[in-house]
Design a protein around this ligand. Structure first.
Ligand SMILES: NC(=O)c1ccc[n+]([C@@H]2O[C@H](COP(=O)([O-])OP(=O)(O)OC[C@H]3O[C@@H](n4cnc5c(N)ncnc54)[C@H](O)[C@@H]3O)[C@@H](O)[C@H]2O)c1
Length: 269
C-alpha cells in the first residue's frame, strides 16, 4: 500500500456524516471546511442562516459536500426537527461536533441572571440536548465520534469568564460521561480545547497593545492560534485513526497551559 493510500485509509472521512453545530462561526466554519476536504458530508447547523449558506457555498465551491440546517440549540423542538431532517436525508450520523457557544465578558458580580441562563443554555444545555438527540443514531449504528469544543478556560480561567468557564468545565465532564457510558456502543467522545484563537470576534483583543502582549507572553509558540489550527485534531478524532481515543481532552493552545514563554534565563540552547 502506498503512503497516500495508507494515510487515506487511516484519516479519511469519506462517507462519514458529520452533524456540526456552530458551523457558521469563525472556528466552526474552518473545521467544517477542513472535514469536508477530508471527505466528510457535513450537515451544517447554526442559528445564523445567512452565514450558514455562505459556509455551504464555500465548501461546495471547493468540491466538498455540505447541507444547511437552521438550528437553535436553546430550543428542543428545533434540535429534534433538525436532527430528524439530517437523519432522514443521510440515513446515518457518524460524527457530532458540538461547537456552538457564546460568551459575554464581565466580572462575576456584574453577570445578570439572564446572562447566566443564556450562556448556560447555549454552551452547556445545548450540548446536552443536541447529544441526546444524536446519540441514538450512533447507538443504532454501533459507532460514532463526538467532538465537544471546550476552551482554555477548562484549565486556567481568564477574568470575566466565570459562567463561560463553568460551561466549558461542564462540557469536559459531559465528555467523560459520554465516553464511559457509550463505549459499549463503540461511540467515542472527546473534548478539543482551543487556546487563544484569532477570529473576527477576537481581532480587537489581538490588535490591543496591552492585551495582545499579555496573551503572547503566555503562548509558548508566540503567536495567536487560527481556526485552521483546530482542523487537524478534529479530523483525527472523527477518523478511524483515533479508534482508541475516548474521554480525552486535547488542547490546541500553542503551549499556553504548559507555561507560555519563559523569562530570559542564563543558558542558551
Ligand atoms: N475564539 C476563541 O478564541 C475560542 C477559544 C476557545 C474556545 N472557543 C469555542 O469555540 C467555539 C466557536 O467559537 P468561535 O470563536 O468560532 O465563535 P463564533 O461566535 O464565531 O461562533 C459561534 C457560533 O455559534 C452560533 N450560535 C450561537 N448561539 C446559537 C444557538 N442558540 N443555536 C445555534 N447556534 C448558535 C453562532 O451563530 C456562531 O455561528 C465556541 O464553543 C467557543 O466557546 C473559542
Amino acid at each position: 500500500m502506498s503512503v497516500a493510500e495508507n494515510l487515506q485509509k487511516l484519516f479519511s472521512l469519506e462517507d462519514k456524516v458529520v452533524l456540526f453545530t456552530g458551523a457558521a462561526g469563525g472556528i466552526g466554519s474552518a473545521i467544517a471546511a477542513g472535514m469536508a476536504a477530508a471527505g466528510g458530508k457535513i450537515a451544517l447547523c447554526d442559528i445564523n442562516q445567512e452565514q450558514l449558506e455562505k459556509v455551504q457555498s464555500e465548501i461546495e465551491a471547493a468540491g466538498g459536500k455540505a447541507s444547511c440546517h437552521v438550528m437553535n440549540v436553546m430550543d428542543k423542538e428545533s434540535i429534534a426537527s433538525c436532527v430528524k431532517e439530517i437523519g432522514e436525508a443521510y440515513g446515518r450520523i457518524d460524527v457530532l461536533v458540538n461547537c456552538a457557544g457564546i460568551n459575554k465578558r464581565e466580572g462575576f458580580m456584574d453577570v445578570t441572571e439572564e446572562t447566566y441562563d443564556r450562556i448556560m443554555a447555549i454552551n452547556l444545555k445545548g450540548v446536552f440536548l443536541v447529544t441526546q438527540a444524536v446519540a441514538p443514531y450512533m447507538k443504532e449504528q454501533n459507532g460514532g465520534s463526538i467532538i465537544n469544543i471546550g476552551s482554555h478556560n477548562t484549565g486556567s480561567i481568564l477574568g470575566g469568564c466565570s459562567v463561560y468557564g463553568a460551561t466549558k468545565c461542564g462540557i469536559l465532564s459531559f465528555t467523560r460521561s459520554m465516553a464511559v457510558e457509550w463505549a459499549k456502543y463503540n461511540v467515542r467522545a472527546n473534548c478539543v480545547s482551543p487556546g487563544h484563537i484569532q477570529t473576527a470576534l477576537t481581532v480587537p483583543t489581538w490588535e490591543h497593545p496591552v492585551r495582545s502582549k499579555y496573551l503572547l507572553d503566555r503562548i509558548a509558540l508566540n503567536r495567536p492560534g487560527y481556526p485552521e489550527d483546530i482542523v487537524g485534531i478534529c479530523i483525527l478524532l472523527a477518523s478511524d485513526a483515533s479508534a482508541y481515543i475516548t474521554g480525552a481532552e486535547i488542547r490546541v493552545d500553542g503551549g499556553c497551559i504548559a507555561g507560555g514563554q519563559p523569562w530570559p534565563y542564563d543558558t542558551e540552547f
